[in-house]
Design a protein around this ligand. Structure first.
Ligand SMILES: NCc1[nH]cc(CCC(=O)O)c1CC(=O)O
Length: 325
């Protein structure tokens, strides 16, 4: 960011263009304006950036390269100084960021749970034998099949609105969404059932919005400080360290959820086979500090990797490859 004394300076917030991404960027803008006397709605601009991931709705994403597809163009704009910061769902962020960029703040986490949506039944477990379930998430697919091996899973891609349209059009009898997304869109009443974390352990970092900046931009980092939630940062750090220890991409059915209990951080983490027949799960705890949280996630990841064995990963890669062709 340039000198804040220049009243003409416009602070630019980069984001994807989906309704959820825009709602999150607007929220960050409102919080920045509220936290700083010298900022008004007029000198903070939201810049919508179309990413490769947004363009290729017709192909199975994992074939084309995973999570980074939703962030590359935004990160390029950040590095080129076309924007000053970028707002993301932490869950969509790769575990390795380009040099010179960092996730500097995490907003207070929303509800991390998944919801089940259906036009025909009130609960996931009430789906009829052999019903069609729509999801593009390998995690949700594996967790659903673990409980209901009879279900047929079809790929449901696109933003929240697109997926709800597919459901309404009868392309599936049920689908899943993150509660946080629905809440932020003011659509919490659309959920059919909020799923217990015991059955549907959330994706690492689900429900937490983060802001990415250039590490050289001390002024921007300073402006964002009032938005930071330390508890969320500690929990998300453990979850992302676990993800990183197992898989940097989004090609693995992985789940993790951490939360503070007093001054302790409790982490629960899971690795599943694509069909849900194999589940490796561990819990752990540590002092509620960023460094300890990172160590805990890494340690649990290493232990689950050892339990699963290399053959598990070879078979998983094969199963995913067969699935997405
Ligand atoms: N992959 C898309 C995505 N990324 C973040 C959210 C929800 C909001 C959040 O987790 O913060 C969603 C939608 C969904 O999974 O239903």
């Amino acid at each position: 960011m340039q000198e804040a004394t220049s009243s003409k300076k416009i602070l630019k917030i980069g984001t994807r263009g989906s309704p959820l991404a825009l709602a999150q960027a607007e929220d960050v803008k409102a919080r920045l304006v509220a936290a700083h006397d010298h900022l008004t709605a007029d000198n903070v601009e939201i810049v919508v950036i179309k990413t490769t991931g947004d363009r290729i709705l017709d192909r199975h994403l994992m074939n084309a390269g995973g999570k980074g597809l939703f962030t590359k163009e935004i990160e390029d704009a950040l590095l080129a100084r076309e924007i000053d910061c970028a707002v993301h769902s932490s869950k969509d962020m790769p575990t390795h960021l380009p040099d010179g960029l960092a996730l500097t703040v995490f907003l207070r986490r929303e509800d991390p749970r998944d919801v089940f949506m259906s036009a025909s039944v009130d609960r996931f477990k009430d789906l009829p034998e052999g019903a069609i379930l729509g999801t593009a998430s390998l995690r949700r697919r594996a967790q659903a099949l673990r409980l209901r091996p009879d279900l047929k899973v079809v790929t449901f891609r696109g933003n929240v609105q697109t997926r709800l349209k597919k459901l309404a059009a009868g392309e599936a009898e049920g689908t899943f969404l993150a509660r946080a997304g629905l809440n932020r869109l003011g659509m919490s009443d659309k959920a059919t059932e909020t799923l217990p974390v015991e059955d549907f352990l959330p994706a690492p970092a689900q429900g937490a919005v983060t802001v990415e900046v250039r590490t050289s931009d001390g002024a921007m980092m300073e402006l964002l400080k009032p938005l930071h939630c330390r508890e969320t940062a500690v929990a998300v750090t453990a979850e992302r360290a676990f993800l990183r220890a197992l898989d940097g991409s989004c090609r693995t059915p992985i789940a993790a959820h951490a939360a503070l209990e007093g001054d302790r951080l409790m982490l629960r983490a899971q690795l599943l086979s694509l069909d849900g027949t194999q589940v490796f799960e561990k819990t752990g705890e540590c002092a509620a500090e960023i460094d300890r949280a990172a160590d805990l996630g890494k340690d649990i990841g290493a232990r689950i990797r050892e339990d699963a064995g290399e053959a598990f990963f070879t078979e998983l890669a094969r199963a995913i490859e067969a699935e997405i062709e």
